[in-house]
Design a binder for this molecule. Sequence first.
Ligand code: SLL
Length: 175
Amino acid sequence: RVRVRGVTIHRPVIYGNTATVLSPAERETCPFPDHTHRWTLAVRSAASAPDSDIVGGADDLSYFIKRVTFKLHDTYANPTRNIDKPPFELSETGWGEFEIQIRIHFVAESGEKPITLYHHLKLHPWSLTFPTPGTDPEIPSPENAAKMGPVHSWQYDEIVFSDPFQSFLNLLTAY
Ligand code: SLL
């Protein structure tokens, strides 16, 4: 296999999460009484909107990504979650924010090592108000948070491949 020296090629991605407050009805059916939120974590092509659920076409990263591993907080059962097909996303319920390790594995033909990204799972709305002394400015009541609607926290990045194998370069540029 030959590497194409001097060539770099990048693919833009977004990664992050959305979160919503569980409704009183959802809290009743949720097996964990302390869980307050439902969240979805994802790695998507930057070519489509963060909350799009299109599979295939521009949002399908599987032509070069084989697996995305999300490493959750140890309070979760089986915290290491492998997603082996698009959409590369994961939904869960919970009560707390934490740092997530996102490991992206590329298709075998690429010869590329996995890369690691980090995302802080965000559940609570971005605070727009001046903090009131003696209260936690970051965490509104569940009622107020529900009124504020879903929380979105996304980051943009470009996955860069340097000196790619010719066959991988062909694969990337075919899309
Ligand atoms: C905190 N450092 O204290 C963080 C940890 C952990 C969140 C947050 C679910 C756990 C389960 C969950 O939301 N864990 O299902 O038991 O805020």
